[in-house]
Design a protein around this ligand. Structure first.
Ligand code: ACO
Length: 325
């Protein structure tokens, strides 16, 4: 018996040119390099140039992912783009990327699950590929969080950055064991009772403005580790794997303390944890594919490796995806 697996053919990412260091931020808000590094692990983040939009970053990441996968854009028939910072309220940023790639067939849409967006997008694309209706998907996480930050609020503006990352998935018939390459399982959760702990105070239907990100940092921190470790345990149970089987743990890059505490609670060795929060800050839905691309390009993540992705964000939403590279 065979099953359809969504196998990763390649990945790519793109960061805006401009970097913003903690010391630069300390010149405009009451903060310091030491405070930010100690509480978050962040040293710098990338900020989109004026006029540079989420779709621009996404398109560049998509081109690089297609090159890395060695396939032509015309072979893609599905684009799922995770973002909370679309170019416009509509159309979806995904169709701008679709047009930019010269693709006139298939389907493209945005998915909004805040920082969990990339894990949700993997799950969505995997489900659609496994129906047999689509053959190859671009799964993109792309954000310009700099556009929704209150730059006078030191409790939030120091945490986030801009960027995009993408992977190419292809439906392949495989034996259906955990040795298969591809997405082995995804576990998604949300609980809207927490929606006021991390939100944007604007939107088309409420204020008719874009709004600014607001967060109860301590409350987010308190829930983060328990929530992500729960969905990771579920992924282990669903596949009969354990932390020892993992080659790489690529978590959402929000805060080094959350990453370290989660890995410790799960018994994942520190050398298996991919961390880029120091250079990228929290890029929301883009953070996992950005970290992944770094680890693939520097030779850490190799074909056949077992990789766990996890994320937690506004909503709250959270989820995990276990993938054999
Ligand atoms: N610089 C200097 N001081 C600051 C700053 C800053 N940038 N921000 C807050 N402070 C001050 C506070 O005002 C407070 O001062 P007070 O004691 O005089 O009142 C003090 O530092 C401690 O504030 P806390 O909020 O308790 O600091 P904490 O140790 O919790 O760190 C942080 C704050 C980094 C936000 C932490 O709570 C955190 O990481 N939370 C999770 C946030 C997160 O990861 N969000 C994203 C996840 S979901 C997603 O990715 C969208």
């Amino acid at each position: 018996m065979t099953v359809i697996r969504s196998v990763v053919l390649g990945c790519g990412s793109h960061l805006p040119e401009r970097t913003l260091t903690n010391s630069e931020l300390a010149a405009s808000v009451d903060t310091s390099d030491e405070w930010i590094i100690q509480r978050t692990g962040i040293k710098e983040r990338h900020i989109a140039a004026p006029g540079e939009m989420t779709s621009d970053l996404a398109l560049k990441a998509a081109h690089k992912a297609l090159d890395n996968a060695k396939i032509d854009a015309q072979q893609i028939d599905l684009i799922v783009l995770a973002t909370s910072t679309p170019d416009q309220t509509f159309p979806a940023t995904a169709v701008t990327v679709q047009a930019g790639l010269g693709i006139h067939h298939g389907a493209a849409f945005d998915l909004q699950a805040v920082c969990s967006g990339f894990v949700y997008a993997i799950a969505m694309a995997d489900g659609m590929l496994r129906t047999g209706n689509f053959k190859r998907a671009l799964v993109i996480g792309a954000e310009t969080f700099s556009r929704i930050l209150d730059w006078s609020d030191r409790t939030t503006c120091v945490l986030f950055g801009d960027g995009a990352g993408a992977i190419v998935l292809e439906a392949q018939s495989l034996p259906g064991t955990t040795e298969d390459r591809g997405v082995l399982t995804t576990r998604l959760r949300s609980d809207g009772r927490h929606k006021s702990k991390l939100y944007v105070d604007g939107g088309p239907s409420s204020t008719q403005t874009v709004g600014h990100l607001r967060m109860e940092g301590r409350a987010v921190f308190k829930h983060a580790v328990a929530m992500v470790t729960d969905v990771i345990d579920q992924a282990f149970k669903a596949t009969g794997t354990t932390a020892d089987d993992l080659d790489w743990f690529i978590p959402h890059q929000a805060n080094k303390r959350i990453i370290d505490d989660s890995a410790k609670k799960l018994g994942i060795a520190p050398e298996k944890v991919v961390t880029t929060v120091d250079r990228h800050g929290n890029t929301s839905a883009a953070s996992i594919p950005l970290a992944l691309d770094v680890a693939v390009k520097d030779g850490r993540v190799k074909k056949g490796d077992l990789v766990m992705f996890e994320a937690m964000g506004g909503g709250f939403t959270w989820g995990s995806a276990l993938v054999r590279w």
